[in-house]
Design a protein around this ligand. Structure first.
Ligand code: FAD
Ligand code: NAD
Length: 462
């Protein structure tokens, strides 16, 4: 095959890579993107999208089950059942539609797409191994967007009934008993979904509590709900082995136990995918296992950029997209640099958790004199009308001028409030800006306004 040449070569068509390629194409940059699997990467194919679809299906089933059991609000339903093969087909349909959508966006932006595994030959040359053989490409700029993969656990290696999130999102049947190792994002999102679909779920978490990234006030409503759903949570505990039918667990106080399970989901974190692309030969500067980047996503090698999970925490799709888009602009000659104030983080548990900016403890550790106020959904009309008044919105603001430093929330459907929180932080809003903004009634967003008013000492509805 004759060699190809381009101004920009992107490796990986996940959120970081495809966003970079699409924007570069739109800006008139001659761009090639290489993807080893399917367009859309982890996020669209085996991550964000199928997991949220599974969570939605499980939520709907749980709602039907509640109506069948209690006839809440005077509504009733017959005993519901799940045809899980159809659920799986529906999820696959959503994924297909979005993956094809990405392929279409790349085409529309006149990006050339190649299928195959890309490997560095040198800092300006890539060799792609695909079905048609080997293709050499020379590029002025290369963006590494190869993403991440699950961290294996040596005591409970993947294989057979020990599964990763990828397998858990494409099971043929709902497991009767599921053990989940790791009470973080993936373990709790997927574990909760299967509990709602009828699995007996046990979570084994090494830290003292689930979701140790956040403070206990935020995670407590999730722990309560897990208990209501019958999920057993073992904290300060580690999985030490798998017999084929039982998971051996050792707790920090020396106790050991065994959990009977049909499937074991191991979700103890993700690591950057750097092996396949031949990074070792390139000798880029690293930051731990991740590729080290500066505020323009430049690596230590001129003309080589990196975006997304391969560059470290937070490993979130929207961060990858923002980085990819920025790099496209830089390569097109625009004077961009990373200056984001806030990257929202959302855990799609039940209830959901949102965190944007600083947590109260983080503000304290940075020596900032901050005030903290929360407004409970128990005092919010909309929350009461939807039968879910658990949770709250919390604001963290500078004591001297009221500038918002962080906003958090836990509650049903609060993921959709993340946009308002991020916008407020990105625009440098103060407590009185949000307090003086008319928020529509009845909505959960009023709790944001009320939390700000409460921090100012003048709440209206509490
Ligand atoms: P990826 O999406 O991993 O894409 C990398 C791509 O590069 C892949 O398609 C891969 O095939 C390709 N590739 C790798 N090596 C090569 C090579 N040598 N040659 C060619 N191609 C290559 N984030 C959120 O923000 N919200 C969520 O709700 C959310 N839910 C998640 C749920 C699960 C179960 C998982 C696993 C992750 C979730 N994430 C979520 C994280 C999110 O998926 C990642 O942050 C995001 O996909 C990172 O994008 P990326 O472009 O860096 O990498
Ligand atoms: P995680 O870091 O969120 O959680 C891993 C959990 O496993 C932690 O609580 C940790 O204390 C625990 N753990 C580690 N070793 C253990 C052991 N030996 N035994 C028991 N527990 C152990 O990681 P994850 O859930 O695998 O998710 C990976 C990444 O994917 C996340 O960090 C996030 O960046 C991304 N993700 C995001 C979303 C979202 O945005 N909603 C959803 C899923 C995944």
């Amino acid at each position: 095959m004759p060699d190809l040449a381009c101004k920009l070569l992107v490796i990986g068509a996940g959120p970081g890579g495809y966003a970079c390629a699409v924007r570069a194409g739109q800006l008139g940059v001659d761009t090639i993107i290489v993807e080893a699997a399917r367009d859309g990467g982890t996020c669209l194919n085996i991550g964000c999208i199928p997991s949220k679809a599974l969570i939605h299906a499980a939520d709907e089933f749980a709602r039907l089950t509640t109506y069948a059991m209690t006839g809440a609000m005077g509504l009733s339903a017959g005993t519901p059942s799940v045809d899980f093969a159809r659920t799986g087909a529906w999820i696959a349909g959503v994924v297909d539609r979005l993956s094809h959508g990405v392929t279409g966006l790349l085409k529309k932006a006149r990006v050339r797409s190649l299928r195959g595994e890309a490997r560095f030959r040198d800092g300006k040359t890539i060799v792609v191994r695909g079905e048609g053989g080997e293709q050499r490409i020379r590029a002025e700029n290369i963006v590494i967007a190869t993403g991440s993969e699950p961290v294996p656990l040596s005591s409970v290696p993947f294989g057979g009934d020990v599964i990763s999130s990828t397998d858990a999102l494409s099971l043929a049947e709902i497991p009767r008993r599921m053990a989940v190792v790791g009470g973080g994002y993936i373990g709790l999102e997927i574990g909760t979904a299967y509990a709602k679909l009828g699995s007996a779920v046990t979570v084994v978490e090494a830290a003292e509590r689930i979701l140790p990234l956040w403070d206990s006030a935020l995670t407590e409503p999730v722990a309560r709900r897990l208990s209501m759903l019958g999920v057993e949570v073992l904290t300060s505990a580690k999985a030490t082995g798998w017999s084929g039918s039982h998971l051996a667990v050792a707790s920090a106080d020396g106790q050991t136990s065994e959990i009977a399970a049909d499937k074991v989901l191991v979700a103890v974190g993700r690591k950057p995918r750097t092996g396949s692309v031949g990074l070792a030969d390139l000798r880029l500067s690293m930051s731990g296992p991740f590729i080290k980047i500066d505020d323009r996503c430049r690596t230590s090698m001129r003309g080589v950029y990196a975006v997304g999970d391969v560059t470290g925490e937070p490993m979130l799709a929207h961060r990858a997209i923002a980085q990819g888009e920025m790099v496209a602009g830089i390569i097109a000659g625009q004077p961009h640099a990373w200056d984001k104030v806030a990257i929202p983080a959302i855990c799609f548990t039940d209830p959901e958790i949102v965190s944007v900016g600083l947590l109260p403890d983080e503000a304290k550790r940075q020596g900032i004199d901050a005030k903290v106020a929360e407004f409970p959904f128990k005092a919010n009309g909309r929350a009461l009308t939807t039968e879910r008044d658990d949770g709250f919105v919390r604001v963290v603001a500078r004591s001297d001028n009221g500038a918002l430093l962080g906003v958090q929330a836990v509650g049903e459907g609060v993921s959709e409030l993340s946009a308002a929180f991020a916008l407020a932080l990105e625009m440098g809003a103060r407590l009185d800006d949000v307090g003086a903004t008319v928020h529509a009634h009845p909505t959960r967003s009023e709790a944001f306004q009320e939390a700000c008013l409460r921090a100012l000492g003048m709440p209206l509805h509490i």
